[in-house]
Design a protein around this ligand. Structure first.
Ligand code: SF4
Ligand code: SF4
Length: 354
């Protein structure tokens, strides 16, 4: 392949190439990032939610002491980056301030995927995020009150309130970091029937808010998904949006999880070991796409074992080797790194000779 065609995500993998070489040698290095679903609870009711079936009540939050214990263990083995996703809505965790402060205290960094609504009128939370997050990505999905309420399943929600909160987050960000280390803001829209007419407006809104990037992803395998034969119009819009975008904002169009075609279906999963998932109840999974195969994907439980014990067990390797590829999500984002792994395999020997 032409390695010069690798996209910007290649940088993520190349920056950890010694670990990639360990993986290629059949070893299991320490994770580069640990993703946490610190809760399965979410205050939104999005009909398109991939995790809706697993949402539980307001008791399904990771215990703060357990969280601290595993953070200490991750830190000790050199995993310095944490990602919060869902699962549920991470900013709804009752101890979210303590959690973010602990990450800061340990001198770790994090990325946060959130609906962002808990930040409204909550300056202590915004400040805690800005002091420790490399990025925060908002699951926006709409840029008008009416569509926002529909797509998130609650009539009392107000997009405009969230918008002004995000604008104030952007204004404050430089106070917490240098131009290169300040928290970056991303906005994401899952393209579906109800928001198909707001994609162009989303770019203008993102520019007004001051976001760093705008992401679009197709909703797939859902009654709200846009049929394939109606997508051509939006496909044309992609190029137009890119021409309208200024240098301050990046626009990404990503394949959805699903659809008929997955060009990567036969490829092995090489890099899930750099990005395991820890669920709110302490269970550790091979990756974030475990809900339909909890037993085969579960590596252990941090409430009864140490992370290192789980990570270095013989079982870990066996479980990874026995992942059934036909049960993986189509267009899994981890597999998009495989061409970069090939690049490292071929060219890694000369990386230090600048
Ligand atoms: S905000 Fe996210 S986690 Fe919550 S219901 Fe919507 S899609 Fe699911
Ligand atoms: S879904 Fe499959 S391919 Fe994707 S990270 Fe998980 S195990 Fe790997």
């Amino acid at each position: 392949m032409d390695f010069r065609s690798l996209d910007v995500t290649a940088a993520n993998v190349i920056s950890v190439y010694p670990k990639v070489q360990q993986v290629l040698d059949g070893k299991i290095p320490a994770p580069e990032v640990a993703e946490f679903f610190i809760t399965n609870y979410c205050s939104f009711c999005c009909p398109h939610c991939r995790c809706a079936k697993t949402h539980e009540g307001q008791n399904s939050f990771i215990n703060l002491n357990l969280f601290k214990k595993v953070i200490d263990e991750l830190d000790a083995i050199g995993c310095k980056t944490i990602e919060f996703g869902g699962g549920g809505e991470p900013l709804e965790h009752p101890d979210i301030l303590k959690i973010l402060h602990y990450i800061k205290e340990k001198d770790l960094r994090c990325g946060i995927i959130t609906n962002g609504y808990a930040m409204i009128d909550n300056h202590p939370l915004i400040d805690a995020i800005l002091s420790v997050a490399d990025w925060i990505r908002i699951s926006l999905d709409a840029v008008s009150d009416e569509t926002y309420q529909y797509v998130h399943g609650r009539k009392d929600l107000l997009y405009l309130l969230l918008k002004s909160t995000l604008m104030s987050l952007v204004q404050k960000a430089p106070l917490f970091g240098s131009p290169t280390t300040r928290t970056r803001l991303g906005l994401k829209l899952i393209i579906q029937q109800s928001n198909r007419n707001e994609l162009e407006k989303a770019l203008y809104e993102a520019q007004e808010i001051g976001a760093d990037y705008l992401q679009f992803k197709w909703l797939e395998n859902h009654s709200f998904a846009i049929p394939q034969n109606e997508r051509i119009q939006i496909d044309n819009l992609k190029e137009w949006l890119k021409t309208k975008s200024d240098e301050k904002i990046f626009i990404d169009f990503l394949a959805g999880y699903g659809g008929d075609a997955d060009g990567n279906a036969d490829q092995p999963c090489l890099l899930s070991v750099l990005h395991p998932l820890i669920d709110w109840d302490g269970k550790v999974y091979i990756c974030a796409f475990f809900h339909h195969r909890k037993d085969s994907h579960c590596l252990g439980d941090i409430s009864i074992q140490s992370f290192e014990e789980i990570w270095n067990s013989i079982e870990h390797k066996k479980k990874i080797e026995s992942v059934k590829r036909n049960q993986c999500v189509p267009n899994c984002p981890i597999k998009r790194y495989n061409p970069v792994v090939d690049f490292i395999k071929q060219e890694g020997y000369r990386f230090h000779y600048i």
